[in-house]
Write a new protein. Structure first.
Length: 69
């Protein structure tokens, strides 16, 4: 499923930051903004570009199960 335009902008900005800095990166998005999908795409981009594994944490088992799917 492709990212929405605002998700793609957030993804691109975060990816650019990650590539050029060692500082922490924060993505602030409202409820229903598709944060899980955005973070999954960012994790996939990082893994594809670097070969590194990415650990994503979630506050509930339901979100972990949903995100895995």
């Amino acid at each position: 499923m492709p990212l929405r335009s605002y998700q793609q902008k957030a993804h691109d900005a975060a990816w650019q930051h990650i590539k050029t800095s060692t500082e922490a990166c924060l993505i602030e998005a409202a409820t229903g903004a598709g944060k899980s999908h955005l973070i999954a795409e960012l994790a996939n981009t990082i893994h594809t570009a670097t070969g590194k594994r990415v650990l994503c944490l979630a506050p509930s088992a339901e979100l972990v199960t949903q995100n895995r799917a």
